[in-house]
Design a protein around this ligand. Structure first.
Ligand SMILES: NC(=O)c1ccc[n+]([C@@H]2O[C@H](COP(=O)([O-])OP(=O)(O)OC[C@H]3O[C@@H](n4cnc5c(N)ncnc54)[C@H](O)[C@@H]3O)[C@@H](O)[C@H]2O)c1
Ligand SMILES: [Zn+2]
Ligand SMILES: [Zn+2]
Length: 362
């Protein structure tokens, strides 16, 4: 099968013939139907998230089950599924307390010493990204990385739910439970931020302010629920948000992952408000913030990982939201591309020229 392989950091992915093993116990082989491209893939290429090459990236997939391994009971050939990087064991402290997205086994892969799921033409192993590796025609995943969805859900839109939508919607609905009427700011209108905007609209937030540095994004953001837009190129976005929200917002979601925008997010948060860090700041960087600002105004800061998901419960619900018109996914797709065009798509993302780009497979 064809796959885009990361041979080294800071270099284009290479299209190669890759071998995929048969499904082992508890594993499912999928025909990949579509894979969104998330900024976290780009972070890995640029070294901001550690994952050694050679590996196959891609973690926002939808597909169709081709075969199942021994003991798999939740899936059968022909099932339509979404893949999620927060695989869960079901028995650890985090899984049993209702926070399976924190399961420490989620990146475990096959046990050491066993045959790799993916290998190159010479037989050398290729690492699988988050048990998924969806920049490939087929995927071999643990069944606990997958959820079955309705057959009437278009698979290109479904793929977005695999990461960006679950992350953005879940940050609003699961991590901090934004109440109706609250003022909300979303910094960064990529796939994740646009999903957070939709989460804020769905939950009935009051003012929903979108901040970005690409003016063209505001048309999309407004269509998806933003009530106000702040162009970060037009002066100080903090002052603009404070003016719109009477001194600061109840909830501010940073959906980019840059040091200055994390600082802006804290500054835009109003008295008693909450800053939610969704964007991934490169692991090598630290963010100076004013502790006194937190103490004296009782602001809170929290991270939000993968939308604090219980994806077997959340994702079919988000599919229903799409099919009943509440969640708008077609509007988020700025391009449908072939796997061969993945490097161009990554360049578009680097330049902020894309909302969500989706690789579609025949
Ligand atoms: N917390 C999680 O579990 C989780 C999950 C998925 C993705 N992420 C992270 O979320 C972030 C966003 O991902 P994405 O796929 O939506 O990215 P993206 O590249 O599609 O979107 C980023 C947006 O930020 C805007 N932007 C860039 N610099 C800016 C600036 N200085 N001021 C204002 N706007 C600016 C861009 O124009 C773009 O619209 C990434 O860091 C990604 O790794 C986190
Ligand atoms: Zn992602
Ligand atoms: Zn667990």
């Amino acid at each position: 099968m064809k796959a885009a392989v990361m041979r080294k950091n800071h270099a284009p992915l290479e299209l190669e013939d890759v071998r995929i093993d048969d499904p082992g116990p508890g594993e499912v082989l999928l025909e990949t139907a579509a894979s969104g491209i998330c900024h976290s893939d780009l972070h890995v290429i640029e070294g901001g998230l550690p994952m050694p090459p050679p590996c196959v990236l891609g973690h926002e997939p939808a597909g169709v089950v081709e075969a199942v391994g021994a003991g798999v009971t939740d899936f059968a050939p022909g099932d339509h599924v979404i893949g999620c990087l927060t695989s869960f064991c079901g028995v650890c402290k985090f899984c049993t307390q209702g926070r399976p997205y924190l399961c420490p086994t989620q990146f475990a892969g096959r046990p050491p010493g066993t045959k790799p799921r993916l290998s190159d033409a010479s037989g050398a192993p290729l690492l699988q990204f988050a048990n998924l590796s969806s920049f490939a025609e087929k995927m071999l995943c643990p069944e606990r990385s997958l959820v079955k969805i309705r057959d009437d859900m278009p698979l290109d839109c479904a793929s977005l739910i695999g990461c960006g939508v679950t992350t953005g919607l879940g940050a609003v609905l699961n991590t901090v439970h934004v109440p109706a009427g609250a003022s909300v700011v979303i910094i960064g209108c990529g796939g994740v931020g646009l999903s957070a905007i939709q989460g804020a609209r769905i939950t009935g937030a009051g003012r929903i302010v979108a901040v970005d540095s690409q003016t063209w994004k505001f048309e999309v953001a407004s269509n998806l629920g933003a009530t106000d837009c702040v162009d970060a190129k037009d002066g100080d976005p903090v002052a603009a948000v404070q003016a719109l929200t009477g001194g600061g917002a109840d909830f501010v979601f940073e959906c980019i992952g840059l040091v200055p925008t994390v600082q802006q997010a804290v500054a835009m948060t109003g008295r008693g408000g909450t800053t939610v860090l969704v964007g991934v700041v490169p692991v090598t960087e630290m963010v100076p913030i004013s502790a006194a600002d937190l103490t004296l105004q009782e602001k809170k800061i929290t991270g939000s990982y993968m939308g604090s998901n219980r994806f077997r419960f959340d994702m079919p619900k988000y599919v229903d939201f799409y099919l009943d018109g509440r969640l708008r996914l077609d509007e988020m797709i700025s391009a449908r591309i072939a796997l061969e065009d993945v490097n161009d798509a990554l360049d578009h993302m680097r330049r902020g020229e894309a909302a969500r780009q989706v690789i579609v497979f025949d």
